[in-house]
Design a protein around this ligand. Structure first.
Ligand SMILES: O=C(O)CCC(=O)C(=O)O
Length: 270
């Protein structure tokens, strides 16, 4: 069970998120939950727990994002996958993303029924992993009739300054999409903004709320330890998939069990 934010903490957090495009919510996840999720994602990568339809992308041999293999899926037991998607298939990750604390945060921003766009683990393996370039999470690449705005990122391991922490260019969410396609932002746009970037180190169990449009990235880890993070993108259940070539995606509904009540215990807003 996560620590649940009270009304004041939530209001302060959302003021920061609106201004800067992200907010560090502090430590919400207890150690016992982290241990369970860390063990489970390693079991999934190693093929000890298998869900048909789960998406895997192995990391690149070079540490360059551009060199990561595309379309190859699970390539055998390895702790060097960079991205695992569809974690809603796993009951432990599903429980985490539907925790009452998350429900409270999500319902404060999204009216009506809630759906899941994606639930992913981003993994940087102990030998470093790869750089994730400046990007936005939306645009035609996402294929929706409206872009989601709310992602809850949970550090499953420490993500210190030299260990693959999140980096942001504050306020960039207010500019909309850098390109209609979305995704990776062209270097000629990001280079002049490098001096404005803010590094947001996290301890295991910390949660960061991310606006899909804020420019964000993360580097390789230099600590020698694996850095795993679980990122969930929530959206209104009214959102529709616009793709035409295949049947439109149907999105999993979340929080069908009822609205969360208030509580206490949210950490400092950073
Ligand atoms: O975990 C990371 O390194 C990046 C996460 C991210 O880009 C996201 O959650 O949108």
């Amino acid at each position: 069970m996560l620590a649940t934010p009270d009304d004041d903490a939530l209001a302060r957090a959302f003021a920061h998120y609106e201004e800067h495009g992200y907010v560090h919510l502090g430590r919400l996840v207890p150690d016992e939950d982290l241990e369970v999720l860390r063990a489970r994602i390693n079991q999934i990568m190693l093929g000890e727990v298998v869900y048909p339809g789960m998406f895997f992308q192995h990391d690149s041999p070079t540490g360059r994002y551009e060199d990561a293999p595309i379309g190859q899926g699970w390539q055998g037991p390895s702790l060097a996958y960079r991205k695992i998607e569809k974690l809603e298939l796993d009951p432990l990750f599903r429980k985490h993303m539907e925790d009452p604390a998350f429900e409270r945060i999500v319902r404060a921003r999204i009216a009506g029924d809630i759906a899941l766009y994606r639930a992913i683990v981003m993994n940087k393996h102990a030998s470093g992993g790869s750089d994730l370039p400046w990007h936005q999470d939306g645009g035609t690449f996402w294929g929706l009739d409206r872009d989601p705005e709310l992602q809850l990122w949970t550090a499953l391991d420490d993500a210190p300054l030299d260990g693959g922490c999140l980096e942001f260019v504050p306020g960039t969410h207010k500019r909309g999409l850098a390109t209609p396609l979305g995704g990776v932002i062209p270097r000629e746009m990001t280079d002049p903004e490098e001096s404005r970037k803010v590094l947001v180190p996290a301890r295991a169990g910390d949660v960061v709320l991310i606006h899909n449009y804020v420019w964000h990235r993360s580097g390789r880890t230099l600590t020698g330890a694996q850095r795993r993070a679980f990122s969930v993108c929530y959206m209104s259940a009214a959102t529709r998939c616009r793709r035409k070539k295949r049947a439109p995606r149907q999105f999993v509904r979340l929080f069908q069990g009822g609205a969360a009540v208030g509580g206490t215990g949210m950490g400092a807003v950073e």
